[in-house]
Design a protein. Structure first.
Lengths: 163, 259
């Protein structure tokens, strides 16, 4: 498959995975494009590109978080204008829902997050095992445990959000 | 009768990862075991909840057009592209020297005229070397102050300025102006900066401890300024959010020295 076709096929999935992983559209863009740029500079054997790209992009995100000690995004920064406008109810509800999801995701280990998000993008157990450096036979157990932990955390978050 | 099926095996069954030889036995057990059927349902519910939660995150994502793919590596093509600029410079250089050597040639007169001027040193492109009035006050810069800069148009209503590896002491300022493009200008030691551009994006690399002025279009829908991996400013519609402390927020937003 040629590079452009590979890009069209994999980029949306990679970008979505990175946004889910980081919650940051800019960082997701940067990491996805950098991963493809690296693939363009150093092509790898055909068939392994998707796993390679996801691994490289995940490492980029991890390195970025480590070296820059990234601040938690200030979503409630004071605007320049003195009068704060009222936010529509729908936007507030959506922000609350996303916050619940992100808080629940943060309660998982980085490996659990990566496994669940790669599984959502259609990776096989063998590919996930290679990416997170576990035995393929362990992926089922780790996945089941992570899903249940997420579900419990998310339900608790939603329970705390309710008035 | 076999023991209950493990959680790991049930998950593998649901994910279609269980070896084909094991599936009939497991399915038969699940069909006849309430506890295992309940476990399967719990795993399905957790999976559905996770997928739905991920869609909520997706719904909050910014809708951006898909970028163009980076240029794929073709060894022979890369070699040609590396060689062509050098060859062109050599050819033009020889032609220029030859033309300048001819008495009365326009090239000779042009070279002579240049040698008489004390032209200011400037790095690149868009910005002129005229002194800019200072919005904060103080003396206007000298007539020959070097300036390096670049400008790009927004893409899909968005523009991003990313300053990578800034030097300690770099001062960044941002102002809004009625113009179509974003301009990034470096002064003093910041003229050492190199610029990389993409649609709607300027990356500034290696800016020294000088001043970096960023001019954002008033009408751009979304904009961001990131310095050393830290988001300084976000513009969303007509609202501007300052995410780090500032020294002034008048016509020009001045951020403290980068540390």
């Amino acid at each position: 498959m040629n590079f452009d076709a590979l890009f069209e096929q994999i980029y949306p999935s990679l970008r979505r995975y990175l946004h889910r992983l980081t919650g940051d559209a800019d960082q997701a863009d940067d990491a996805a494009q950098e991963a493809f740029a690296r693939l363009a500079r150093a092509p790898i054997p055909e068939g392994g590109e998707k796993g390679w790209l996801f691994t490289v992009a995940t490492n980029l995100v991890r390195d970025h978080a480590r070296t820059t000690a990234r601040r938690q995004r200030i979503l409630s920064a004071v605007p320049l204008e003195t009068a704060a406008p009222e936010r529509p109810d729908e936007a507030a509800d959506r922000a609350d829902a996303v916050r619940s999801v992100r808080n629940a995701l943060q309660l998982l280990t980085p490996r659990e997050r990566q496994m669940l998000l790669m599984r959502e993008e259609g990776f096989s157990y063998r590919e996930i095992a290679a990416a997170v450096d576990v035995a393929p036979a362990s992926v089922g157990a780790l996945t089941a445990r992570a899903l249940k932990r997420f579900a419990a955390a998310y339900k608790q978050q939603q329970g705390e959000e309710e008035p | 009768m076999i023991a209950h099926v493990s959680e790991a095996t049930l998950q593998a069954l649901l994910d279609d990862e269980l070896p084909a030889t094991e599936q009939p036995t497991v399915r038969e057990h699940v069909a006849g075991c309430l506890a295992c059927r309940q476990e399967v349902q719990a795993l399905r519910d957790a999976d559905a909840l996770f997928s739905a939660a991920m869609r909520r995150i997706d719904a909050a994502d910014l809708r951006r057009p898909m970028p163009l793919p980076p240029r794929a590596a073709h060894p022979w093509r890369a070699a040609v592209w590396r060689t062509l600029p050098r060859a062109a410079v050599l050819v033009l250089g020889f032609a220029g020297v030859a033309a300048a050597a001819l008495p009365g040639s326009p090239v000779r007169r042009w070279v002579a005229a240049l040698a008489e001027h004390d032209a200011p040193r400037a790095s690149v492109s868009v910005a002129s070397t005229r002194p800019e009035p200072s919005a904060v006050g103080g003396a206007a810069p000298a007539e020959t102050e070097p300036v390096a800069g670049i400008g790009v148009l927004p893409a899909a209503g968005e523009v991003r300025v990313v300053v990578e590896a800034p030097a300690p002491g770099l001062r960044v300022s941002v102002r809004l102006a009625d113009q179509d493009r974003v301009d990034v200008r470096g002064r003093a030691a910041a003229t050492e900066a190199r610029f990389r551009t993409a649609p709607g994006r300027v990356t500034v690399m290696g800016a020294g401890a000088g001043e970096l002025e960023i001019v954002l279009p008033n009408g751009v829908q979304r904009a961001s300024v990131t310095v050393g991996g830290k988001r300084y400013l976000t513009k969303d519609g007509d609202r501007v959010y300052l995410l780090v402390p500032t020294e002034s927020t008048g016509a020009e937003i001045r951020f403290p020295e980068y540390r």
